[in-house]
Design a protein around this ligand. Structure first.
Ligand code: AMP
Length: 527
């Protein structure tokens, strides 16, 4: 099917009760990936879809999947379709799509993601569900507990496979695949198609139809892009610049992208402290906070969403007016994803990227990729304001300690977000770079501690994490974390006899310790 313009949903062979839901969703014409994938999937064929969010890929697999499931029924603990997603938000988004398109069918669904009580999930599984939408970690947990049987799975869907790869989930996926019946249908969707994903497709798919939808290597013409070039790498200067840009640009709603989770917290706290309506979203926040923040943003009740790439990837947030990059992204293609959050469906959007001298190289990569010049933007009086920052803020002009704060991590690439667990706590950092007004009198140390905690905390009151039941506590873990691997936090933890030198985790021996001697250092060595 090549001429997608003339194809309608009815032409794709979808049943009446599905067509009705599609019409109610407001869709008239299938997107290219839908036009190609739906008939093939409906016939039971495997598909490798190279497409990213915004192409209509979710409906491309959900519509034919529910059509196939509409005959037959679910059995206890044996789902008929398994959809794997890298993050809880994406899983929840697929679940929303399932509900939207399947509203006239009697299909059941369970969402198996972290942050939701095991007990509730168990009850649903026990009753039997047609579709199970899961993050790999939580799925394996339930499987290991014997609450789930995977030999009834007729269709396996792996969504955002490249993001799974980035997050280290591929071994989990491979393990899950070995537990499924060999005669199943396997659909794999990925924005890119690196070697590891190709291997996955080759191993677990049977003669798949490869459907590639043009990825926007170019940024949309509807987005006006700007760069805000700063003369300093100072973290406070970067935050000040971000605020001034936001204030200078009539923002209705916008997303502020940061490269690390810790940065997300700091930027959100800093914006809030300065009177902006902002809230953070990243993988270390409790699920209920993430969902609530996202919903507030979608409902227009939150103006600025401060996000990490992983948390924001794949989220369908329509009609965002502005995108702000606190620094260029570690992976240059993420720039296109980020700014693609605005200017959708022909609407106008604006993006602003803060670039410091330390970011020049990564900004160069971005420019090379998008093949266009980005004009500079400088809010009035910003440069003068940066000049007046307290002297200690300027000690890193050459890029020393501050080098990778806002923009680039020296470990260029996918691990930058994960490694931030090993960084200094936001609280300490915040105090060092003076963004938080702290009492100066030494006697007020306790008060300073209190101010710091409050100031550096995320915008809203920090809700207490739901305490899991005793036997669940052991198993409760972040499902955005691959199994079997040592946690990033533990891996990066410096050895005891070393002290941390800076953000890049360069380790040097503490002066009063010598490796191998503990505290009993011979006098000549001390000299
Ligand atoms: P996705 O790529 O699945 O994340 O979908 C991106 C957005 O496109 C979602 O908001 C869908 O509701 C919307 N969408 C999906 N299919 C169509 C279609 N055929 N026509 C218009 N919008 C669609």
């Amino acid at each position: 099917m090549t001429d997608t313009q003339t194809v309608t949903f009815a032409d794709l062979g979808l049943a009446e009760n599905i067509l009705k839901a599609v019409t109610e969703a407001g869709y008239t014409i299938p997107t290219p990936i839908q036009a190609e994938a739906i008939p093939h999937i409906a016939m039971g064929g495997d598909v490798t879809g190279i497409a990213q969010t915004g192409t209509g890929k979710t409906a491309a697999f959900v519509l034919p999947m529910i059509q196939r499931l509409s005959t037959g029924r679910a059995r206890a603990r044996m789902p008929r379709c398994l959809i794997l997603c890298p993050t809880r938000e994406l899983a929840a988004q697929v679940a929303e799509n399932f509900e939207k398109y399947g509203k006239y069918l009697k299909l059941t669904m369970a969402l198996l993601i972290g942050g939701v009580s095991f007990k509730d999930q168990e009850t649903l599984l026990q009753r039997g569900v047609d579709v199970l939408i899961a993050t790999p970690g939580r799925l394996m947990d339930q499987f290991d507990r014997g609450k789930l049987l995977l030999m009834g799975v007729e269709t396996l869907i792996i969504d955002e496979a490249d993001r799974m790869l980035d997050m280290g989930f591929i071994p989990d996926i491979e393990k899950i695949c070995t537990k499924l019946p060999a005669s199943r249908q396997t659909l794999l969707f990925s924005a890119t198609f690196p070697a590891d994903i190709q291997r996955l497709a080759k191993t677990f798919q049977k003669d798949p139809k490869k459907i590639e939808v043009a990825r926007p290597a170019q940024t949309a013409e509807t987005i006006s892009q700007f760069v805000v070039k700063l003369p300093t790498n100072d973290g406070k200067a970067r935050r000040t610049a971000l605020r001034r840009v936001i204030e200078a640009t009539n923002v209705k709603n916008g997303i502020v992208f940061c490269n690390r989770k810790v940065e997300v917290d700091i930027v959100a706290a800093s914006l809030t402290k300065h009177g902006h309506d902002a809230a953070p979203i990243h993988g270390d926040l409790p699920q209920n906070v993430r969902s609530e923040t996202l919903q507030r943003f979608r409902d227009g009740k939150l103006k600025l969403l401060v996000a990490s790439d992983v948390a924001a990837r794949g989220l369908d947030i329509p009609d965002v007016g502005h995108v702000f990059n606190f620094g260029p992204p570690p992976k240059d293609e993420d720039y296109v994803h980020r700014i693609g959050r605005t200017g959708r469906a022909g609407r106008k959007g604006e993006s602003y990227t803060v670039v410091t001298p330390a970011d020049e190289k990564s900004w160069g990569f971005v420019l090379k990729m998008i093949k266009k010049d980005v004009p500079e933007f400088m809010p009035e009086g910003l440069l003068e304001e940066l000049e007046t920052l307290p002297p200690e803020e300027k000690r890193d002009r050459k890029g020393g300690r501050d080098r990778d704060r806002g923009g680039r991590s020296s470990a260029r690439g996918r691990n930058s977000e994960r490694s931030d667990r090993a960084e200094r706590s936001p609280r300490r950092r915040e105090r060092e770079d003076g963004d938080v007004a702290v009492a100066e009198a030494p006697a007020a140390i306790e008060a300073v501690e209190a101010v710091d905690v409050v100031e550096a905390a995320p915008a809203q009151e920090k809700p207490r994490r739901e305490r899991p039941a005793r036997n669940e506590k052991r198993r409760e873990r972040n499902d955005d974390q691959p199994r079997g691997e040592k946690r990033e936090r533990d891996r990066d933890r410096p050895q005891r006899d070393y002290k941390r030198k800076d953000d890049d985790l360069i380790l040097e021996p503490a002066p009063d310790r010598v490796v191998g001697f503990g505290k009993d250092i011979p006098a000549f060595l001390k000299r």
